[in-house]
Design a protein around this ligand. Structure first.
Ligand SMILES: [Zn+2]
Length: 288
């Protein structure tokens, strides 16, 4: 790795960033609210972060949606405000900052970070699931994170788990994302954070809500591991602090359903809330 890399993870509510040195070690990190005005405003934010950084030699940005990996244009980013369809993101960012730039789906960024530096370090194959405002996913095979033209390889969040369920941001009904994301955990009167906090304090209704989401997640992960013949899943993302409470239900579903695969492991992400930003920075080295 040559030079300092800026990695930025644009989330539905917060944008996280890291600076990595030549060895991939973190020099600095931070978080700021995501601008709601769309891609041009996000580019201004990234340019500000780059200006405050120590002249990064490359900038990697992770976004929660589809990108054209060949051109660096954004395609479909439903959880961030503004019109992202067909926006020439890396071209505009590189021009604005005079720095080479790449863009990657946030699920793949999480996977790359956890594969190189975190819970899946040294593994050849694993399924990655990142649960936030929505649910992202990715696969590693042969020690590399797989990606395709629309950067939606492994998008487990849009697997249908309830045929007649709620409408998803993607247009489908009953996607995993509609039953197990932070948005799905929220109620009419409480945010996902408040539901998680109430569950931690013993409120049975909130605890049941989180348990149900954990089971749905576990079911989808079990089915996907069976389909792939993999035995390791890494689950990360904030889920508004509810992930530790969801993990036992995920593990229980796996124990029930994956006997054919031998011992399966669900590892929580090891890199914490900046995993996506770390992966975005690493993608400037490994990306197209
Ligand atoms: Zn969907």
């Amino acid at each position: 790795m040559t030079g300092i890399r800026l990695g930025v993870d644009v989330g539905g509510s917060a944008t996280k960033w890291v600076l990595l040195d030549e060895t991939g070690a973190m020099l600095d990190a931070g978080s700021t609210p995501t601008p709601r005005a769309g891609p041009a405003a996000v580019i201004e934010l990234v340019a500000e972060l780059a200006a405050q950084s120590k002249e990064p030699t490359a900038i990697g940005v992770a976004v929660p949606g589809l990108v054209d990996t060949a051109s660096g244009a954004t395609l479909f980013i439903p959880n961030v405000g503004g019109d992202w369809a067909g926006f020439p993101f890396t071209e505009r960012l590189a021009a604005r900052t005079s720095t080479p730039a790449t863009v990657i789906n946030d699920g793949r960024a999480f996977a790359l970070a956890e594969l190189r530096q975190g819970a899946a370090k040294g593994l050849s194959e694993a399924l990655f699931v990142v649960v936030g405002t929505g649910i992202g996913g990715a696969l590693a095979v042969g020690g590399r994170v797989l990606h395709n033209r629309r950067d939606n390889f492994g998008a487990i969040g849009h697997m249908t788990v309830r045929p007649n369920g709620d409408r998803c941001t993607c247009g489908n009904r009953g996607c995993l994302e509609t039953v197990a994301s932070a948005r799905a955990l929220a109620t009419k009167t409480a945010t996902a954070e408040q539901v998680a906090a109430a569950a931690a304090q013993g409120d049975p209704t909130s605890a049941r809500r989180i348990l149900r989401a954990g089971r749905e997640l576990g079911l989808a992960i079990s089915s996907t591991l069976a389909f792939l013949g993999f035995s390791t899943a890494v689950v990360g993302g904030g889920v508004a602090g509810a992930l530790p409470q969801m993990l036992p239900a995920i593990v229980a579903e796996l124990d029930d359903r994956t006997a054919m695969l031998g011992t399966c492991h669900v590892h929580p992400g090891a890199l914490g809330p900046h995993a996506g930003a770390i992966g975005a920075a690493l993608w400037t080295l490994e990306g197209p």
